[in-house]
Design a protein around this ligand. Structure first.
Ligand code: FAD
Length: 676
């Protein structure tokens, strides 16, 4: 290695799909020195994932590009179910809302993965001040962890040798040579072989070059056939099914009446089909391929799969309706299977995320969402640990939190794909067939899961709730079931472990309505939300004053977590929502200074105190009622940088908040850099 250049970096991300880009995005927002490499060049992108769930949109909004996705995408409002009537012909049997009503301020939309990746790239460029770029045509050749240094905060214990590819090497081959329509077979799970060795050999043969990178942390986001996972010696566990599905992105010419609705169609004999209406007149069809079956080894012959075969299957399923097309944008095929990784990290230094640790069928539109949410969970933890703001021990929560989600996803997909790929039952005696009522029930239940909003993290040092006696949290934050029930009762609409729900509140200073979630920007900061209650009552004002006095004390977490010279809200931001009348309350008179800190250059901070009151133009959010908080006494809620509720307690329980931050942040000893 003597002749190869060597350098240090805080975080090295391998793979620039949705998971890798989300990780890079956090690093850009938190100001962490980061590199991100991808073995492919950029030029072939279309197709692949397209569904964005409400939780992903909430996340995008907190990063600053939710509006772009929302405007450009096709919105999916209703799902229609089609299955055989008594005459054996398909007919519409049900309509249900696509997103459960009232669940989020966003609903499910569709837009192709290439656009989502573009939004990320623009955002990363902006927030990293153009210092983080995807380095394309670069792939890792070896990875070593110096195990003697993994607990050393200042060390760079992971060494990765990178190799540069030529433009030609970085361009994947297409299934149908010379075709104008791109396909995604090279990325499909029908391809078993890995091309890394081949690429490295080619590069060696032409005396290609590379470099050595020493990293504090490595995040492997290199997809279902992850090189990083193989380098760590980890495996995915699970199995493939015999179900093969094709995918076509076309502009359909058809008399099928629901072509602009999301549809789940079960034909009597020819298999199933899902319709996903998309942007730019496109429609994606997921089509079960009954005539292509895996061989004895369990693998399907991918040379038999062509757009014509897939299209022929679609026509049969949709019959007696006619289906044709002139324009095909992209196509692929995949074999349904469910697999999940047994390990998500090595020594809390190298992490795996996204398809690298869980694979399943794409129809429920989960892969991209869950993959991005993996690194949305991981990114800030790595960023804060790399900067010395948070304790390294919080990195253990990545596996415990996300593996549970991955397993739930696999179970959901297993059940859902069997019901979808099965033939509909002819009558009650037809035990082999799928009961359509059961399918509808699974679909409705699945809708909650697939919104991404049913995630509920278990107890650990970032989620203080009952349980965790297995050592998943440290003794100082452990709570008994009784004590937890009492504190959770203070905010029944904000379950600890779930994402902070959003209702409208008004800014005390200027009366503008805000969805409270809009104030939870993804910038790496924890938040303490002080529900100050009725601030005009003398008794309540005294309690708030006492809490604020403790907040302000130099030895306590707020100041002890803040690097010297940095603003007091750099690591933890305090936001207030009170319930007195806006017009009877004065920001400077009624609220202690720590709730609207003063800065010599900028004056008071007018952006931190909110009121639960009626707006002029946008009605009443009724936030206290919706959050289940008492309007007189209020309470205190800790929100993690990824918007999950970490702790709920009484305004009198400053000690509880102090312990929470003692469990996860480095207090006292100042971190290296200001956060932003
Ligand atoms: P990937 O997107 O696979 O990205 C991995 C990246 O790593 C790639 O850019 C790759 O070039 C790079 N890479 C791989 N190996 C190396 C290496 N050795 N070195 C450097 N770089 C490497 N999900 C949804 O949420 N909704 C949907 O509607 C949906 N529809 C889908 C439809 C189809 C047809 C398919 C195939 C998938 C669909 N998915 C969907 C799933 C979704 O595409 C994936 O789950 C998602 O892309 C996973 O993101 P990722 O970042 O983990 O991996």
């Amino acid at each position: 290695n003597g002749h190869l250049p060597e350098s240090n970096v805080d975080v090295l991300i391998i793979g620039a799909g949705p998971a890798g880009l989300m990780a890079a995005c956090w690093m850009a927002h938190c100001g962490v020195k980061t590199r991100i490499v991808d073995k492919r060049n950029a030029k072939i992108f279309c197709g692949q994932a397209d569904g964005l769930q409400c939780r992903s949109l909430e996340i995008f909004d907190s990063l600053g590009f939710g509006d772009r996705a929302w405007k450009e995408a096709n919105h999916m409002i209703e799902i229609c179910m089609w299955n055989p009537g008594p005459d054996g012909l398909i007919r519409r049997s049900d309509r249900i809302p696509d997103t459960i009503v009232g669940l989020s301020r966003f609903q499910q939309i569709v837009i192709h993965q290439g656009r989502v990746e573009r939004f990320f790239l623009d955002n990363i460029k902006k927030y990293s001040q153009d210092t983080i770029h995807v380095e394309r045509g670069v792939l890792p050749e070896s990875l070593e962890i110096d195990r003697s240094k993994v607990e050393d905060d200042s060390a760079y214990p992971v060494t990765v040798k990178l190799r540069y590819l030529t433009e030609e090497e970085a361009t994947p081959e297409q299934q149908v040579t010379g075709s104008k329509v791109s396909d995604g077979i090279f990325r499909s799970n029908l391809v078993q072989e890995d091309d890394e060795d081949d690429l490295i050999q080619k590069s060696k043969a032409r005396n290609g070059t590379g470099e050595i990178v020493h990293a504090k942390y490595v995040i492997g986001c290199d997809g279902a056939r992850s090189w990083t996972r193989r380098a760590l010696g980890f495996e995915l566990q699970g199995e493939a099914t015999d179900f093969i599905w094709g995918v076509l992105d076309i502009i359909p010419i058809t008399d099928f009446p629901d072509i602009r609705m999301r549809c789940a169609i079960h034909s009597a004999e020819h298999g199933s089909l899902m319709v996903i209406p998309r942007e730019n007149k496109l429609v994606r069809l997921y089509i079960q391929l009954k005539e292509v079956t895996p061989d004895a080894s369990g693998r399907a012959d991918r040379s038999k799969i062509t757009p014509d075969v897939i299209f022929g299957a679609a026509q049969k399923i949709l019959s007696p309706y006619k289906l044709d097309y002139e324009h095909c944008d992209w196509w692929t095929a995949y074999q349904i299977g469910q697999r999940v990784g047994s390990e998500f990290d090595a020594n809390k230094r190298v992490f795996l995320a996204g398809d690298a640790v869980h694979t399943h069928s794409p129809k429920a539109g989960q892969g991209m969402n869950v993959s991005m949410q993996d690194t949305f969970n991981l990114g800030w933890k790595v960023a804060l640990a790399a900067k010395g703001v948070a304790k390294r021990s919080i990195l253990g929560t990545y596996q415990s939190e996300r593996q549970r989600v991955a397993k739930d996803l696999i179970d959901f997909d297993h059940q859902f794909s069997r019901l979808f790929s099965g033939r509909p039952a002819k009558d009650v005696m037809d035990a082999e067939g799928v009961n359509m009522e059961e399918f509808k029930a699974a679909f409705l239940k699945g809708n909650m899961f697939s919104s991404g909003l049913s995630v509920n993290y278990g107890p650990n040092n970032l989620v203080v709730k009952a349980g965790g006696d297995d050592g998943s949290n440290s003794a100082e934050v452990r709570v008994s079931a009784d004590a937890f029930a009492k504190s959770q009762a203070l905010a029944t609409g904000l379950p600890v472990g779930m994402r902070f729900n959003s209702f409208k509140v008004l800014s005390q200073a200027d009366a503008r309505p805000w969805h409270f979630q809009e104030k939870l920007k993804s910038d790496g900061r924890f938040r303490v939300v002080l529900f100050a209650g009725n601030i005009l009552s003398t008794a309540q004002k005294q309690r708030v004053d006492k809490f604020c006095e403790a907040l302000d004390a130099p030895a306590n977490f707020l100041r002890a977590a803040t690097p010297a010279g940095a603003p007091v809200d750099s690591v933890v931001e305090v936001l207030t929502i009170h319930s007195a009348k806006r017009t009877e309350t004065e920001l400077l008179r009624d609220f202690p200074e720590i709730l609207h800190p003063f800065d010599q250059h900028d004056g008071w901070d007018y952006n931190k105190v909110f009121v639960d009151d009626v707006s002029y133009h946008e009605g009443f959010g009724d936030a206290y009622t919706n959050y289940g908080v008492d309007k007189e006494r209020g309470c205190v809620v800790v929100v993690r940088p990824d918007h999950y509720v970490g702790w709920v307690g009484d305004t009198d329980d400053f000690d509880g908040v102090q312990k929470y931050f003692g469990g996860c942040l480095v207090l006292g000893q100042k971190a290296e850099l200001p956060l932003r």
